[in-house]
Ligand binder design. Sequence first.
Ligand code: MIC
Ligand code: SF4
Length: 647
Amino acid sequence: MGNNIVHKILKSHLVEGEVVAGKTVSLKVDQVYTQDATGTMTWLEFEAIGVDRVKVPVVVSYVDHNMLQTNYMNADDHLFLKSSAEKYGAYFSRPGNGICHQIHLERFASPGKIALGTDSHTPTGGGIGMLAIGVGGLEAATVMAGLPFEMVIPEVVAVRLINSLARPYVTPMDVIMTILKLLSVKGGVGKIIEYGGSGIRDLNVTERATITNMGAELGATTSIFPSDANTLAFLKAQKRPYDWLELKADDDAEYDDFITIDLNNIEPMIAQPHSPDNVVAVKEIVGLKVHQVCIGSCTNSSYQVMKTVASILKGKTVHRDVNLLINPGSKQVYEMLAREGLIADMISAGARILESSCGPCIGMGGAPGSGQVSVRSYNRNFKGRSGTKDALVYLANPVCCAIFALTGEIVDPLSFKDQIPLITEPSEFLINDNLIIPPKESSPDISVIKGPNIKDVPVKEALIDVIEAEVLLKLGSNITTDDIMPAGSQILPLRSNIPAISEFVFKNIDSSFAKRAKAAKNRGGSIVVGGENYGQGSSREHAAIAPMYLGLQAVIAKSFARIHRANLINFGIIPFSFTSEHDFDKIQQGDVLRITNIIDSLKGNQRYTVENRTKGYIFIVMTNLNEKEKDLLLYGGLLPYTKAKIT
Ligand code: MIC
Ligand code: SF4
């Protein structure tokens, strides 16, 4: 039996275990990267573990999210991250260098390697043939401290792309939006998507990266493409041909599932509010007035994309009712555009050019007006994420975005008469790594600098045997981490201060949650009830730590998103699942639940008896924890566990 690409990489990194779907393995990791919004916690956690140097060959600390600097907090965080990188032996990508995923693809990602990133869009690296997985900060910190990475082997789904993107105005973003329409935001949970088929020949690395980037929206563990001649061409253009190796599946490779997508049939698609899988063909919603267009982000920031956008805008003026914002994803791309006069074409058309950072994608500036329609070449359109609660955010490919910026409304791109030149990636990129500070030799003189907003990581006590707590919130399915722990310009700067950020937990769903949770803390804490795919979206562990700080004892849901489930366990919160739909229906907000004999049940059959004390009935919930996860919960989370293991 032959191997698929995923299994080849996993097997070459195996420390312990068997590469079989559903089994837990430990793996050697080649690269870890952090970004600032999750990175401050990660580096605080690394410090708390107490190891003096990172133990992974390549560790990069990026600064890309918290860039507004409306007060001292972001700048203090940047200094903290820089000094931590210097002290512990990581590369530091300075503010201005761009968005972590785009830079990592350009300068560090290599086929056949395993990389972890403290951001859910780390799978962008799958475009180059790297197994790149998004994890919570604490998980990354333990790997940086020298522990292997443990994971349950997902199923591998082969997605065969056939033919090529023949239609005008169709880009790789339409491929992934078509898959999202097919599979939904939970269709990839517990799976890795491996792309193949004749259609990949026409996709270069950055085009592939758009597809793997947005695979995060499927809930997939990661997505990956083979490493072939196109990969070599990209690496040569990045002046790192030595990082190339060929990577392809064996002819008789086995997969858990197959999907075939005919690229010929793909047309321009658009995701409607408020979910990336709420996808329709663009032509179905023509006539909708557009007030804002945003182009860039980690999904669509390549030189090819930006040059195409510039060529559409050249000599035109952005529609009088539209604000066009462009955030090129990396300094490399930005500098090339600037040197070639392409930024001038954008400016001349009326585009507002932002710095190279996440910006409007995470509500750091560029919030739309009340009830306005914003169309973005980004990857997420969750309600309120843009910074405006009632904004209507749509996701579309960058070519469509540029066209809508000119027309002021959604049009069938086929009706756009101008010829769009076919632009590809260059054979040589501009290489100027002057904003990447390489790791320093260790020295006792280097100290970590912490501003007043940087507070210690709170830790939960060891597992308790009985939880008696009130259901403070009952929620539906697909609750995002943006719902649990919102981001945006007011809240993101508090990422290094859990007591302060905890005030905003569930703010957009129930503004009284934090207050009620604090009051409930003295009465045994609180429980949250959720539907399917609880905690989808980002990797932010703040969506676990901040509720834990407020006294959250458990979440009972129909099912959980992968990274958030891990983050809950890492911070000592038990992710219970319902054993029957009916039990979910019966529970109401305000009910007091009593869960008993937790420790024995966890060590035993993982079935737990819950008494609904308000309604007077009993039901059973379960967990599906592996041995390590049980241990983590018994210790009170990954931090106390790691400290115990390392010392
Ligand atoms: C996102 O796109 O939601 C973020 C902001 O990049 C997050 C990370 C974070 O919350 O800091 C992610 O994707 O993991
Ligand atoms: Fe940044 Fe948006 Fe990409 Fe998240 S999805 S890393 S916020 S650009």
